[in-house]
Write a new protein. Structure first.
Length: 374
């Protein structure tokens, strides 16, 4: 297998042919990749796509298990949004790398991210226990044939964790709209067609101000251009804003060389079991979503003294359940249960694959650190 450095250069060259890429932000991404095996995993789905069929060949070769998967699934790929009925919904909120993969790839990547995140927080975690909890939730989702997950008394752990997700509005907007990191630009400076996409989200008569994000968050898509549109007239709840992020096909199609493949994000969202975010729009080359202090991710424990640690088993079950919601867009519960039954002939298939992919990620991270320091 080629080195992580060669893989990164190849993927980034492929990405540049599909969208405008900031060299400054790519350098920032490369630096963040040094920060630990968990941020490295988040930033490098292209490497996962490359290693998965080699390291977990026994799972990757099962054609009957292939479906439209999330692809870049990990524990920080879950968040909160407000649906059209003003209810808080929780679930997966990043589908940039939607692609055809065995359903086991999503499960193993999720479990791998848990193990690496636990390492980063210096929390002792049993891979067998982590996999068992995720699989328990996944099977629960299959039994119910899938259902959106609302933040309600039905899921007390989710209610408790969601209570701290809303940022102070002033802090949130100062960060998102600061002129230094988000300078104002003219509509004519937006990429072609993006102004129309923003206006479709707000309404044609809304007066808008546009900004370019110079210091965006995220890791996997860091390097691609992002823009913000803000209604000039504030509502009683504060600013009304949208973010647009450049969208490219999944890194899986870089690996397989499918040159004309478009992003599968919209296709996935059309079929999964989900309570839609009314402000989430997917276009051929752009993804538009709402910016708001109550549209956020739920932070998991950061160390072994964190009181939220007791809620992690329930959250892992819910993550498994939400993953089933995604997969039920492509396969019936009966088909997925049959696949799990076949896999269960090796009772350790899940934990073994997780340990292998975690080990590969740690090795790649060490190599990347050495490369960046050289």
């Amino acid at each position: 297998m080629r080195s992580i450095v060669d893989s990164t250069h190849s993927f980034e060259a492929w990405m540049r042919r599909r969208t405008d890429v900031s060299r400054r932000l790519l350098k920032r991404k490369h630096k963040k990749m040094c920060g630990g095996a968990f941020p490295f995993l988040r930033a490098t789905f292209y490497r996962w796509a490359e290693q998965w069929p080699i390291v977990c060949r026994h799972l990757a070769e099962r054609d009957e298990d292939v479906l439209l998967a999330v692809g870049d699934l990990h524990v920080e790929n879950f968040g909160v949004w407000i649906d059209s009925r003003k209810r808080q919904v929780w679930g997966i909120n990043d589908f940039d790398d939607a692609c055809e993969l065995p359903f086991t790839s999503d499960l193993v990547r999720l479990a791998t991210s848990v193990m690496l995140a636990a390492d980063a927080a210096k929390i002792t975690a049993s891979v067998d226990r982590v996999c068992a909890l995720i699989l328990e939730g996944y099977r629960s989702g299959l039994r119910t044939e899938g259902e959106p997950i609302h933040i309600s008394g039905r899921f007390p752990a989710l209610v408790m964790l969601a209570g701290g997700t809303r940022e102070q509005p002033k802090t949130f907007w100062d960060k998102k709209l600061s002129p230094g990191d988000n300078p104002e630009i003219e509509a004519s400076a937006l990429p072609r067609g993006l102004e129309d996409m923003f206006r479709a989200s707000f309404g044609r008569r809304t007066a808008l101000m546009f900004r370019e994000q110079r210091d965006p968050g995220g890791l996997g898509s860091l390097g691609r251009r992002r823009f913000t549109a803000v209604a000039t007239k504030k509502s009683k709840d504060g600013p009304d804003a949208r973010e647009a992020k450049a969208l490219v096909p999944s890194a899986q199609y870089w690996l397989t060389g499918q040159k004309r493949m478009r992003s599968q994000t919209a296709t996935l969202l059309q079929h999964v079991i989900r309570e839609p975010d009314p402000h989430f729009q997917v276009h051929d080359e752009w993804l538009v979503r709402q910016l708001a202090p109550d549209v956020a991710k739920i932070e998991l424990p950061t160390d072994a003294r964190d009181r939220r640690l007791a809620l992690v088993p329930a959250m892992l079950r819910l993550m498994g359940r939400e993953t089933a919601n995604m997969h039920l867009g492509s396969r019936s519960p009966q088909e997925l249960e049959a696949s799990l039954k076949r896999l269960a002939r090796d009772e350790n298939w899940f934990s073994t694959a997780t340990e292998r992919m975690a080990a590969c990620t740690r090795d790649d991270h060490a190599q990347w650190q050495s490369h960046e320091k050289a």
